[in-house]
Design a protein around this ligand. Sequence first.
Ligand code: FES
Length: 239
Amino acid sequence: MQYSSLKVLENREVAKNIFKLKLEGKYNVKPGQFFMLRSWEDEPTLSRPFSIYDKGENYISFLYEVKGKGTEKLAKLKCQDTVKVLGPLGNGMDISRIKGKVALVGGGIGIAPLFYFAKKIEAHVDIYFGFRDEVYGIENLKCKNLYISTESGKVGYKGYITDIFNPFDYNLVITCGPLAMMKKVKDVCKKTATPLYLLMESKMACGIGACLVCTCKTKDGMKRVCKDGPVFKGEEVVF
Ligand code: FES
């Protein structure tokens, strides 16, 4: 698999240090998959992994947080610039196998891949998204039940999204965000025996399973987030 160059259609700050990057390209992707991106030659050495936030017939888009050299360079991209991308990578989820009522539980920038899940299964999904202060990335979500929390209390419930999430009503829960949040979601799903999938995030180097930079602990030993995941069954991952 080789990197391809895609044209930037949009690169816009949607909240403080959170950008939406839209690239021109036609891809078949599954929710949960990701791409490796770079808009530079040598420095930094590593490309950056980003989950698919949205996809249309002629575009793919990503939501990213600016927090280092790579993302600072991405944030400077203008329309018509080019980005090198490798992907789609990772296992993703087969939407046709998702049945019943689904809850998507996301925290911070972890809401990005869940947005694409929501778009694909909007008829039977409820969304629980938690943010620190500003709310972002939820425009055009059509689902009926959208629950928002902010730690500052600026929008929605004041506190953590896990304070108001109860898996009791759901046939399936999918979560992505900070490890502490996902661990809490896993604990409550265990109590109600609700099936759970975790979208794991990790630093990556190769993105294709060769370097072992991205491993996470599972009950069957260490697994690669980029190749064996990023989607894991809830009972697999050891926190
Ligand atoms: Fe190299 Fe996952 S990033 S094995």
